[in-house]
Ligand binder design. Sequence first.
Ligand code: HEM
Length: 88
Amino acid sequence: GVYEIRKYTLDELKLHKTKNDAWTAINGKIYNITPYLKFHPGGEKELMRTAGKDGTKLFMDIHPWVNYDLMLDKCFVGFLVGIKTALT
Ligand code: HEM
């Protein structure tokens, strides 16, 4: 992708909140969701609720069975730091 895979803070994640540049974090991993927006079965509007945010809770409340990591493999941009995850 156009981004270097690295660690990002919540403040950096927050900068990516528009449809053409939307990132979200799930369980400590950050994904560029812009290319996926038009394919999301729950709709663009729903998915955009997590743009620029940690979407872990919303995601897990709605569809914990969805394999987001495999689906968004090509959209992976880095790791969210400064948060608690299952691994830390
Ligand atoms: C449905 C993927 C984030 C709201 C789905 C489904 C998939 C999916 C595959 C179909 C699930 C099924 O039928 O069993 C993803 C991925 C996400 C994501 C890869 C990663 C960012 C979200 C978020 C929200 C959301 C953050 C809410 C804010 C919904 C809703 C449905 C849905 C409401 C149900 C649609 C329906 O059946 O009418 N999503 N989703 N999703 N998603 Fe997501």
